[in-house]
Write a protein that binds this ligand. Structure first.
Ligand code: FES
Length: 158
């Protein structure tokens, strides 16, 4: 999977595959998302020309569905739960701390491609609130002051 926003793939074969089929734009975007882990801008430009669909329309579709991402995924995906239990136990502070430390917003990836930040609704372990997860590893009862240590473990591993 590529880790930059410039892809060089030729997507004309996808356009041929889905041409004249119902929902072709969405199906093509799904294939691109599955392949790259996001929809690179240069591919959207290609699609706009090949399908004769305005670029703005393509971005409308991409941003409407949560499934499609505009940024490459990070090596480590941080998911912070903002479900009710976690919210009440201080999860917004955890999100703030991660944003400050990594200089990214929700849905973004750090410039080095290491971390991607998402917020989610309930990770199914509310008793451990507030909860965050990094690539499937759950961290429960997280305190704001612990976030820096947790993230540094992943930086060291890299
Ligand atoms: S509300 Fe956060 S794990 Fe359920």
């Amino acid at each position: 999977m590529e880790q930059n926003t410039t892809a060089t793939g030729d997507v004309s074969f996808l356009v041929e595959k889905w041409r004249d089929k119902k929902g072709s734009l969405i199906m093509i975007l799904h294939e691109i998302q599955n392949h790259y882990g996001f929809v690179p801008r240069d591919i959207s430009l290609q699609l706009s020309k090949l399908l004769d669909v305005p670029l703005a329309r393509i971005y409308e579709v991409i941003t409407f569905y949560n499934y499609f991402k505009l940024d490459p995924p990070g090596k480590y995906t941080i998911s912070v739960c903002l479900g009710t239990a976690c919210y009440l136990k201080g999860a917004p502070e955890i999100v703030d701390e991660i944003k400050n430390l990594l200089n990214i917003e929700e849905g973004q990836t750090t410039e080095d491609g290491l971390f991607h930040l998402d917020v989610v609704r309930c990770l199914g372990c509310c008793g451990l609130a507030p909860v965050m997860m990094i690539n499937g590893q759950i961290y429960g009862k997280v305190k704001r002051s612990e976030v820096v240590d947790i993230l540094s473990r992943y930086k060291k591993e890299d």
